[in-house]
Write a protein that binds this ligand. Structure first.
Ligand code: MG
Length: 443
């Protein structure tokens, strides 16, 4: 191979870090349940679709989005866990807080990925950028027991390529004068923002690697790919174009509530009332954190543990169950079969965002939106005084008496899993304010 010329001789005009957890949801599960380490594990069992797969499961071809039936077929002995987004979000926050100890300039890009700006911190930390990045990685792995891959380079696009370079627990630091060596080994499809169509288009112009692309003149990127093409072209050449956005993000978070009932039932009204109760619980929590949901997922679990789920996008973000009982009913009817027996229902509120006062869509009566918000607030006040679910939607009556449930599941009942089994890094005194959550079934 011919010697390639460096693209720039500047080592670190900017030092941008990318942290990306490896098989994040599954790693968290393996940390909480060490007996699962080294085993093929997936999460997403409650929805009937793989949400995350451990590297052991990936080796069998199991990946995100595959149905549970197919996953079980690909990998006999696969351990399927329901998702526990509350705990994943908590680990995510802890991971980002570790990065924050090193720099305040952090962008929480997704639940398991962050960018951070390390520029100018060499003096503060008395270390080279690659050493600071390495220290961040090791601190996360040591304190959270969750594997992360880390990359550091001159731009977000380059940092992302670096963290991807040797997953899992990969590490790559690429200063300006060696960017060309990284790009030479990077197929275009790995470039952030390039999909199969772009890749195919660039292939027609003789570009196979990212280096082939950045060796083309700027006007080529502009003519073939437009404005975004030039941005990516510049980023790959080591220019800092995509800025770190430090505004806090909540849109990736979700709230889920599910409850197993005994005896199992095939009574449609009863099972629906269970789902509705979960919906109310989930929204109580959303309101407590001043969040509103954009998407609703419903799932029903049969007696044999098979799960069936459906989801819908709401016409506006809301945190009132009154706004989506009809959506819930529609989804429920899609999943429910009268000849099956169910043991649990679950609700996921997804794409959460900060709740704004009375958001309305164009075709809705704004007064109604304000009224439902007022009703929800009044319900919270009554329930705060007399106990959760003192006031509930009428169909909850199909549940029968629920006061016993409250005592068993409530704060004054048996200690929660969180109290009984502290997370790594927690002590009895320094306990994180964790939401109540039910023990998980491993099957
Ligand atoms: Mg990841």
């Amino acid at each position: 191979m011919a010697m390639t010329q460096p693209l720039t001789l500047h080592s670190w005009p900017k030092a941008i870090l990318h942290v990306d957890a490896d098989a994040f949801f599954v790693s968290v599960e393996q940390t909480l349940h060490p007996e699962l380490k080294g085993k093929p594990v997936i999460t997403g069992a409650e929805r009937g679709i793989v949400a995350a797969a451990s590297y052991e499961a990936k080796a069998f071809g199991v990946k995100r989005g595959v149905s549970l039936t197919e996953a079980a077929h690909l990998c006999p002995g696969l351990i399927m866990l329901p998702s526990d987004y509350e705990t994943y979000s908590l680990f995510s926050k802890r991971m980002f807080n570790i990065v924050r100890r090193f720099t305040p300039e952090i962008e929480e890009y997704s639940i398991d990925e962050a960018f951070a700006d390390l520029t100018g911190l060499r003096r503060v930390h008395h270390a080279a950028y690659q050493d600071i990045a390495k220290e961040i990685q090791q601190t996360i792995i040591r304190e959270l027991d969750v594997g992360v891959s880390v990359g550091v380079s001159l731009s977000k696009s380059l940092a992302k390529l670096c963290s991807k370079f040797r997953k899992p627990r990969g590490f790559a630091a690429v200063p300006g004068h060696t960017i060309h060596l990284l790009l030479e080994r990077t197929p275009l499809l790995n470039v952030w923002g390039f999909g199969p169509n772009t890749t195919a288009l660039l292939a027609k112009h003789g570009c196979r690697t990212a280096l082939d692309f950045v060796r083309k003149p700027r006007y080529f990127a502009e003519e073939v790919l437009g404005k975004v093409g030039v941005e990516i072209w510049s980023e790959l050449r080591g220019e800092y174009v995509y800025r770190i956005n430090t505004a806090p993000k909540t849109d990736y978070a979700s709230i889920s509530k599910s409850k197993t009932f005994a005896p199992p039932s095939s009574n449609q009204r009863y099972v629906f009332a269970q789902a509705l109760r979960n919906l109310e619980s989930a929204f109580i929590k959303a309101r407590r954190y001043a969040l509103a949901a954009n998407r609703l997922v419903v799932y029903l679990r049969e007696q044999n543990f098979a799960s069936h789920g459906c989801e819908a996008t709401l016409n506006r973000p809301t945190n009132s169950p009154l706004d989506c009982t009809n959506v819930l009913r529609g989804l429920f009817e899609q999943c429910f079969h009268p000849d099956r027996t169910y043991r649990a229902t679950g609700i996921v509120l997804a794409d959460l965002q900060p709740a704004l006062p009375a958001q309305c869509d164009l075709f809705e009566d704004p007064l109604r939106a304000i009224k439902t918000a007022t009703v929800a607030k009044a319900i919270d006040e009554v329930n705060a005084q007399f106990g959760k679910h003192t006031v509930f939607l009428g169909e909850g009556l199909h549940l029968g008496r629920t006061s016993e449930d409250r005592l068993i599941g409530g704060r004054r009942g048996t200690p929660t899993v969180r109290r009984a089994h502290p997370l790594p890094g927690e002590t009895a005194r320094q306990h994180l304010a964790l939401p109540l959550h039910t023990p998980k079934m491993v099957h």
